[in-house]
Design a protein around this ligand. Structure first.
Ligand code: FEO
Ligand code: CA
Ligand code: CA
Ligand code: CA
Length: 597
């Protein structure tokens, strides 16, 4: 497309240029701060981080590794105080522990890895004038790890598929793993997605029962030893000894960060797959919809619609009622139609029902040959049966706070259209798709409980100079290149913000903003870049600050602690540390200020 002539920035900042620096770069006129990093104290009395003297006991009191999803929840009772909630998705011990031998990890090193997983809740104090956040040693602070007790809820709780020798009732699970993205509910809890949980469970190839082995294979658990070797220390990670333990992972977990004594709940009614995250929209009648992606090549997009209605109050009865919202309702999977191979206002689609979860922990399956519990535990197989549309790796799926339109990051799929794999279709329009696309979905009648929807592609990502990219129809000579969209968020005035993971264009990952309305719809502008080897995730975009997770700085196939590519954020010869960064406009003022640049 030809240029319509430069227009002023819709955000009031000049786009950050693509780069490969070992730094977080922000636009001119903005300031930044590392809020908290791996190893910093979370619990009162926690020791200071010492890369060369790590212990599991210390790690269990410190900020975990590889922070991903972030939430920032204000405390209505205390102005300026907020709770920062972070996921700790996974560990890479060779990049964490000096002298680590991948072939022979010690039990203490395994325990460090387990304690570095999970979540952190940290009280922070806001600065009046800036976006600076200061962590405080507060009684609400909490570490959740791979060992924290959690309750299973919904129809699969108690089923034989989730009973183990350590938990013959099938209702209490130790820990949460691979917590990627998530969401904040209107009732002020946090949802966190258990994503690539296959990587923790060893020896699926040796499970004798063919049906059990097939189900494990559908979830990627058909191999031998794991890279972490946890199975050598804890038999629950060895499938030949505890074949149902992995059925207790791969859920959406609900956490109340305001109550550090609360037991997190794994909601089986939301299905089991590689959950990127979960985001909630409340419909006009109080019905709650939860949008979710299964992040693997050719997996599906899901929606849960509650049977109960949301109560807006905060009295104990309201809280008790809202606590049941995600246990009773219907789980759907998306089938897309439309045959336009190029972007535009495109197609339709339908939400196919899989299972209805009922009060009292029972359920009704809509899938022939599968019980309700089977549909919830083996959701991928149920979705295969009903003919859902295989997508290009659905990541964050989030409804817009005012329009209700739903935005899904389809991050990439390098196997699309390759031999033996599904070919292109309207919503996944490119073969060997390395750059991804952003889907915009509109529920019929603007009703989050609708059974049908319309859709279009907002962005077909990549190099703007390439013919196969599309930026909402905006002139491509005025946009920032963007690749591999992962997490999405919305700012105070309704623009979409996109964090990327795995930039296939050769530059570092980053955070981007894009208008959804008006003449600049589709004008992507890069707001920040992250250091070498890192992905950008967890964005929280408030009126006056943007908060991002800088995950896995220094991680690369050809790097190691002996041959590092990053020393961010501490510099010198220090070990790279995943961290949370806050960014704000120097001198204060709104983050988005059209006309100021
Ligand atoms: Fe953990 Fe789908 O990214
Ligand atoms: Ca992600
Ligand atoms: Ca999000
Ligand atoms: Ca990703």
């Amino acid at each position: 497309a030809g240029s319509a002539g430069p227009m002023p920035s819709p955000f009031g900042f000049a786009a950050v240029a693509p780069n490969t620096e070992d730094a977080v770069r922000v636009p001119g006129g903005f300031e930044q701060q590392v809020v908290i990093r791996w190893g910093d104290p979370v619990l009162p009395g926690a020791p200071a981080f010492d890369a060369n003297a790590q212990t599991a006991a210390a790690q269990a009191q410190q900020f975990g590794f590889n922070n991903d999803f972030l939430a920032l929840l204000d405390d209505p009772a205390s102005p300026g105080r907020a709770l920062l909630v972070a996921n700790h998705e996974y560990t890479t011990e060779p990049f964490m522990i000096p002298g680590y031998d991948p072939d022979a990890p010690t039990p203490e090193q395994v325990a460090i890895g387990m304690a570095a997983h999970g979540m952190s809740v940290v009280a922070v104090q806001r600065d009046g004038a800036s976006g600076r956040l200061t962590p405080t040693m507060d009684a609400v602070n909490r570490r959740i790890t791979a060992s924290t007790p959690m309750t299973l809820t919904g129809p699969a709780a108690g089923d034989a598929l989730v009973r183990t020798s350590a938990d013959p009732e099938g209702r209490t699970v130790l820990g949460t793993l691979n917590n990627c993205a998530g969401g904040v509910t209107p009732w002020r809890t946090v949802l966190t997605g258990e994503e690539n949980v296959d990587q923790y469970f060893a020896n699926g190839e040796a499970v004798a029962d063919p049906a059990a082995r097939a189900a494990l294979a559908r979830y990627g658990m058909d191999g031998g030893a794991t890279d972490r070797r946890w199975e050598a220390v804890d038999p629950r990670f060895d499938l030949t000894r505890e074949p149902t333990e992995p059925n207790r992972f791969g859920w959406i977990v609900e956490v109340d960060p305001f109550d550090p004594a609360s037991t997190p709940r794994k909601h089986t009614a939301l299905g089991r797959f590689k959950h990127e995250g979960a985001n909630v929209r409340v419909g006009p009648t109080g019905t709650v919809a939860v949008y979710m992606g299964d992040d693997e090549r050719f997996e599906y997009l899901y929606k849960f619609v509650s049977s109960r209605t949301h109560r807006a109050g905060d009295a104990p009865a309201d809280r008790a009622s809202n606590a049941r919202l995600l246990d009773e309702g219907t789980l759907f999977v998306a089938r897309f139609s439309g045959d336009a191979p190029t972007p535009g206002p495109d197609g339709g689609g339908e939400w196919l029902p899989l299972v209805e979860s009922l009060a009292g922990g029972t359920g009704r399956s809509f899938v022939p040959g599968m019980t309700a519990a089977e549909v919830l535990v083996h959701t991928r197989m149920a979705a295969d049966t009903v003919g859902a549309t295989p997508m290009d790796r659905p990541e964050d799926v989030q409804p817009h706070p005012t329009t209700g339109r739903v935005y899904a990051a389809l991050t990439n799929n390098d196997e699309r259209g390759t031999p033996g794999k599904p070919g292109v279709d309207a919503v996944n329009p490119r073969p060997e798709n390395t750059n991804g696309q952003v889907l915009e979905l509109t529920e019929t009648g603007d009703d989050p409980a609708a059974r049908t929807f319309g859709w279009s592609l907002l962005l077909v990502c990549g190099d703007p100079a390439a013919a196969d990219t599309y930026f909402g129809g905006f002139p491509k000579d005025q946009v920032s290149p963007i690749s591999c969209p992962d997490n999405v968020a919305f700012d105070a005035v309704g623009n979409l913000w996109i964090a990327t993971d795995g930039n296939a264009l050769g530059s570092n990952d980053g955070l981007f903003a894009v208008p959804l309305e008006g003449p600049q719809r589709g004008r992507v502008q890069q707001f920040l870049t992250v250091p070498r080897g890192a992905e950008t995730c967890g964005p929280v975009v408030e009126e006056r600050l943007a908060l991002v997770s800088v995950q896995h700085p220094g991680e690369a196939d050809d790097a190691s602690l002996a041959n590092p590519i990053s020393h961010w954020p501490d510099g010198g010869t220090s070990i790279a540390r995943p961290a949370v960064v806050s960014v704000w406009r120097a001198g204060g003022g709104p983050l988005v200020a059209p006309g100021s640049a």
